[in-house]
Design a protein around this ligand. Sequence first.
Ligand SMILES: Cc1ncc(COP(=O)(O)O)c(C=O)c1O
Length: 383
Amino acid sequence: MRKIEFFSLKNEIQLLKNEIGQEIMKVLESGKFIMDTNVREFENLICQYFGVKHSVSVNSGTDALVISLRASGIKPGDEVITTPFTFFATVEAIGIIGATPVFVDIDEETFNINPDLIESKITEKTKAILPVHLFGLPCNMQKIMDIAKKYGLIVIEDNAQSFGAEVKINGEFKKAGSIGDAGAFSFFPTKNLGAYGDGGIIITNNSKIFDVASMLKNHGSKVKYYNEILGYNSRLDEIQAAILKTKLKYVDKFNASRIEIANRYSQLLQDFPNHIKVPKFDSGIYKHVFHQYSIRVLDGLRDEFREFLKNNGIDTFVYYPYPIHQLPLYKHLDLKLPVTEKISKEIVSLPMYHLMDLENVDYIVEKIKDWVCTLSKYGSYNR
Ligand SMILES: Cc1ncc(COP(=O)(O)O)c(C=O)c1O
């Protein structure tokens, strides 16, 4: 029986090991490991890639969020509107700086924050919107930016999962992360652009956010040993910057590979809409880069579906089984966010990583078709 991992870097490492190995050796030989040429070069390359003025590399995506929020002037007691369907770090960052997350339900098809529900949650304490571009698909930034403008709110994009994705705004495609006041990215190894360790970056066109973020990442100092505010030790190291600088050259190719895999899944799985819903989005507005390929399994059969695939050697994963508003920290709010609650019970992600063999996709699809056949008792599909 085949064994298909949910995620693997084997093909990537095979492709890049010589090039990256040489870059790592150069760092070792230089003896300079913190805030040196690789970090500067990588930050410049990121500015070029996103067409923004500034970038501040940091130690993780979580720090990118915390530092962006603080650098944008969000203070304890301020309210920040966000999604309950994300990795915990999004909400954690808001809470850690003493601000209050305000949850808005998601859209059933995109799994992203539903922009039509945002306005009703705005109060005089609301200072920012923190949209998350989930699974590689950007949020509807046109609507979000219009609301932010109307109410004078800051927008910080959590772009941990959508490096290279694009969304149309004012008639033009723009890269996710470069649209709001700041964009926060994670380079966790599984991301579309991943380090071989932890890392993150903030991008912005706002020079005040840039200045404050640059201080916050380095103990609140611009000048060595002249510390002006309380900050963090949150620096991307030279080895990770050298790795990321090299991988950045390939990221569009990696995203194209993910898109090809996703298209194949979608094309082959679209015939069973009574059981499985494949990702749906308007390609005239969004360029999806498929950090995850997440489907919905209907009728409460998700866990049975996963078990079937597991017994056929295929790993799957659930992002995210617990809506954040139902976690211990927020349960007392007793919020009802029905779309998030429903999706968290139906969603499952299939194996997806760049350079994955297409043969594996075909095998997975075959097994899913076998599973659908077992459902003939539901009066549906027969091959
Ligand atoms: C949506 C989202 N936000 C924030 C983060 C935090 O990034 P990191 O793990 O680099 O701290 C992640 C990473 O998994 C994420 O997926």
